[in-house]
Design a protein around this ligand. Structure first.
Ligand SMILES: [Zn+2]
Length: 164
C-alpha cells in the first residue's frame, strides 16, 4: 500500500483526528469519510492500459514452489515458453550452446525456440563472443594442406574419397 496515497486524504479530513472538530464524535459521518477514502484508493489502484497488456501477454507458472514468468499460450497444445530475464540470458545461452556442441545460430534458435523466447540477434551476439567458435573459424582459414613427399614414383599412393 502506498502510504502517501492514504495519508493525504486522511490529512484533509481534520474531523478524523482533530478532537476540536465538531464532527469528531459523529461516527456516521466519519464512516462516510472512510468509505470515500477507500473508494478513492481503489480508483487510483485501478489497472492501467499497460497492466492489461502485460496481463494479456504473460502468465505466472508455479512449479515446485518456484514462480516462472511465461508467455500466455493461445492454444493448449502450445508449448510453454519461458521468459528469460536479462540477467539469466547469458547463462541460458551458454548452457545450450555447449550442450549442442557449439552449434550455430540456426541450431541454437531451433533448440531454444521450443522453450524460450530468445531473439535471434541475442543469439548472434552471444555467438560472436564465444572464444571456441571464434578460434574454430580462425583455424579453418589458416588450414594448410601438407603435401606428401616421396622419393620414388609410386611409393606412396593417395586416394580422393569425395563421392566415394
Ligand atoms: Zn561456441
Amino acid at each position: 500500500m502506498d502510504n502517501e496515497k492514504l495519508i493525504k486524504p486522511i490529512r484533509s479530513h481534520t474531523e478524523l483526528y482533530d478532537l476540536s472538530n465538531s464532527k469528531y464524535s459523529d461516527s456516521t459521518w466519519k464512516e462516510k469519510i472512510w468509505k470515500g477514502i477507500g473508494e478513492k484508493l481503489n480508483q487510483t489502484g485501478a489497472k492501467k492500459r499497460r497492466d492489461y497488456y502485460i496481463l494479456q501477454k504473460y502468465d505466472v507458472l508455479t512449479m515446485a514452489e518456484k514462480k516462472y514468468l511465461i508467455h500466455k499460450t493461445t492454444d493448449d497444445k502450445d508449448d510453454i515458453k519461458y521468459v528469460v530475464s536479462y540477467e539469466d540470458l547469458f547463462k541460458r545461452l551458454s548452457d545450450y550452446h555447449i550442450r549442442i556442441g557449439h552449434g550455430g545460430v540456426g541450431k541454437m534458435h531451433a533448440i531454444l525456440s521450443n522453450k524460450y523466447s530468445i531473439s535471434r540477434p541475442a543469439i548472434e551476439t552471444f555467438l560472436s563472443i564465444c572464444t571456441i567458435c571464434n578460434s574454430k573459424k580462425g583455424s579453418n582459414r589458416k588450414l594448410v594442406i601438407k603435401p606428401i613427399v616421396s622419393n620414388n614414383f609410386n611409393e606412396i599412393g593417395q586416394v580422393d574419397l569425395v563421392n566415394f
